[in-house]
Design a protein around this ligand. Sequence first.
Ligand code: PHE
Length: 502
Amino acid sequence: MATDLQSFILQTLDQQGAIENTANLKDGSLDQLAILGVLKSLESKEMISFTTIEKERWILTAEGKDIVDHGSHEARVFAAIPSGDEGIEIASLQSLLGASAKIGQGKAFQNKWISKNGTKLVRLVESIVDSTKSDLVTIESTGSHPKDLILKELKRRKLIDKTKNLSYSVSKGVNFSTVVEKQATDLTVEMLQSGSWKTEKFKEYNFDAAGLPTKGGYLHPLLKVREEFQQIFFEMGFEEMPTSNYVESSFWNFDALFIPQQHPARDSQDTFFIKDPANSLELPEFYKDVKKVHEEGGYGSIGYRYPWSYEESQRMVLRTHTTAVSGHMLNMLSKIDPSKPAKLFSIDRVFRNEAVDATHLAEFHQVEGVIASKDISLGTLISFMDTFFEKMGIKNLQFKPAYNPYTEPSLEIFSWHEGFQKWVEIGNSGLFRPEMLRPLGVDPGVRIIGFGLSLERPTMIKYGIDNIRALVGHKIDLNMVEKNPICRLDKIASSRAFEYTI
Ligand code: PHE
């Protein structure tokens, strides 16, 4: 359409030399806004130049149009009165014409068309000229009226209104032609090689254009889910642990957590050992307590009864879980106050030397939490888990006894997965053992809950991703990162508030 209009305008200019007023083209049937678009584009190529013509125009209101169709109110009143002396009762005129009766009577009296005879109205003249209607007809077709007084009066009667019409006067520009040449928008290698850039017509820069929205700063789905978890923890009064140490000594990753040195998790099949530096600096002094509890036991335990190796404990690893961080924090807090209550969490990367498949990577994120206080029991753990997961929209948990070297009792947490139609494991938890806590310096009266879950699993469920390699690593689709919405876990206002204040 726009190109039709464009060639029509160019042809007309070619034939007539100039267009005086675009409002007169094709009997005024053209859309002036569409014309403006075409003119602007042609002007930018200097093919034409144009000026705007502003014209005030009178148009009819709905009532004005009604009068053109059915006659003025006064003419309707006149027409309703029979000729002769007989006349019509004012009341019956009212029911015959409705609102028009009242408005029309005044004007008909003024025009001396009718008069009153008792309760009746009678005609004074044989015929009338409905000038209101004919004036409106004139205005409708020409947009104005020769007599200003009439315009004023009809405006007062709200039968007409003023509008502004824009149209354009067009003349040829320096580059006028009836064919629009395509202008180059880029300087290309070909133009430079062939030398055609010298004669090429380039499109003018439009420095007023809005420009493309800049790209960048999109959050990865894992970060969005992490933020949701963080919010839940903050809502529940937790503080975040510092997790920047990806590299740990075996001491903090395993020994200090009462994980024996022969434990399969410490095998190079499961753990990445660091080559350089292969060993940590000197272990903290309380290693002696750790060694003792591993070798001989204590705090009601008989220990593992094996010769504990200092060197083995110094071997550096990529941390296999964030419980290493929790160990550091509990040790640090105990130095301030051994019975200090605490609610701590962390969400960060851990590394395991596992075969990579659709649901496993060699590195993933753990969500870890710790609650320390004097009056904690297994019931607190279960109640906390119910509330925590309910806040994420996960209800009806099942708990299964499990084993961790550093917790007793230990519970695996399962939730019913509607899609898979089975119970899936969503976390691991337990009450930390005295064999771990006491060497770290925690007061014997303090009990501590710990739990851990992966961040990837809920993220994959939330974003409907079934292969972890589509979420993390070099194969991910950047559009996926850019387009995925903000994470909103289907949080439920928990009926069972976990009011564990410390
Ligand atoms: N560290 C455990 C894991 O990696 C999670 C856990 C943390 C379990 C704290 C109990 C207590 O799965």
